[in-house]
Design a protein around this ligand. Structure first.
Ligand code: NAP
Length: 248
C-alpha cells in the first residue's frame, strides 16, 4: 500500500485513534496534515511523527467552519492535494439518561461530532472534486450502529455520522470520491481512559466477545485499507472494527 506521492488529512491527529492513523499513513509513505484543536498535543505529535515522514500540524476547531476551511487550504498550500481524509476529531460528552439530558451537552457533542464532521467533508470534497477524486473515512462508532444506555447524545451523533457518510457516498461516488465510515468498538485511547474507569472497563470486557480493548493501530489499519486502491469498489460502508461487539 506504499505510495510516496499521496497526501492524507487527519483530524483529531493529536491523540488516540487519529494519531495512530496519522502514524500509519506516514509509515505507508503518505505526507500528512495533522489537524487538531489541541495545539500542544498537535505540535508534540508533529515532533514525534516527523521521524517517519513529512507531516505538518494545523490547528483547527472542526466545529468552526472557517477554521476547517482554513485547515484544508493550509494542507493544500503545503502539499498540493488531499488524497485521503480521516475525520476522527470527536468528543463523548457527559454521560447520563435522556431524562437528565442538557441542551449544552447536546450542542457541544453535535457541534463537534456531527456538524464538525460535515464541515470537514464539505471542504475535503470541494478539494477532491477539483483534483479528480479521493477517499474519505469518517470515524463513527459501534454507538453509531447500536444503542448505548447512558450515552444517547453521543450515540445519536454517531448514528448521524453513519447517515451522513452513506448519503454523501451516494452523491460523490460517480465523481471518483469514495466515502466510508469506520465504527470502532472499545479502544484504548486517552478518551477511553479519561471517561471509563479501570473497574468499569473490566466489567464491560467480561461480557464482550473478544474480552479485550482494541488498539488505536487496529482502527488505523482499517482506515488505511478503506483509503487504498484495494478498497476501490467500497463506498458508503460503515465498517465495524470492534472484536465482534456488535455482531447480532
Ligand atoms: P481522543 O484520544 O480524545 O482524541 C481525539 C482528538 O480529537 C483529541 O486530540 C481532541 O482534542 C480532538 N478534538 C476534539 N474536538 C475537536 C475539535 N472540535 N476540533 C479539532 N479536534 C478536536 O479520542 P479517541 O478515543 O482517539 O477518539 C477518536 C474518535 O474515535 C472520536 O470521534 C471518537 O468518538 C471515536 N471513537 C472512539 C472510541 C474509543 O473507544 N476510544 C470508540 C468509538 C469511536 P481535545 O483533547 O482538545 O478534545
Amino acid at each position: 500500500m506504499s505510495n510516496p506521492s499521496q497526501v492524507a488529512f487527519v483530524t483529531g491527529a493529536g491523540s488516540g485513534i487519529g494519531q495512530a492513523t496519522a502514524r500509519a499513513f506516514l509509515s505507508r509513505g503518505y505526507s500528512v496534515a495533522l489537524v487538531d484543536r489541541d495545539v500542544e498535543l498537535g505540535q508534540k505529535t508533529q515532533a514525534e511523527l516527523g521521524e517517519l515522514g513529512d507531516c505538518t500540524f494545523i490547528a483547527c476547531d472542526v466545529s468552526d467552519e472557517s477554521s476547517v476551511e482554513h485547515a484544508v487550504e493550509a494542507a493544500v498550500a503545503r502539499y498540493g492535494r488531499i488524497d485521503a481524509a480521516f475525520n476522527a476529531a470527536g468528543i463523548n460528552g457527559d454521560p447520563g439518561p435522556v431524562a437528565e439530558a442538557s441542551s449544552d451537552n447536546w450542542d457541544r457533542v453535535m457541534n463537534v461530532n456531527l456538524k464538525g464532521l460535515m464541515f470537514c467533508m464539505k471542504h475535503q470534497i470541494r478539494q477532491m472534486l477539483g483534483q479528480g477524486g479521493g477517499a474519505i473515512v469518517n470515524c463513527a462508532s459501534s454507538a453509531g450502529l447500536v444503542g448505548v444506555a447512558g450515552l444517547s447524545t453521543y450515540a445519536a451523533s454517531k448514528h448521524g455520522v453513519v447517515g451522513l457518510t452513506r448519503s454523501a457516498a451516494l452523491e460523490y461516488v460517480r465523481s471518483n470520491i469514495r466515502i466510508n465510515a469506520v465504527c470502532p468498538g472499545m479502544i484504548d485511547t486517552p478518551m477511553w481512559r479519561r471517561s471509563i474507569s479501570p473497574e468499569l472497563t473490566e466489567q464491560l470486557l467480561a461480557s464482550d466477545p473478544s474480552g479485550r480493548l482494541g488498539q488505536p493501530s487496529e482502527i488505523a489499519e482499517a482506515v488505511l485499507w478503506l483509503c487504498s486502491s484495494a478498497a476501490s469498489f467500497v463506498a458508503g460502508h460503515a465498517l465495524s472494527v470492534d472484536g465482534g461487539m456488535t455482531v447480532d
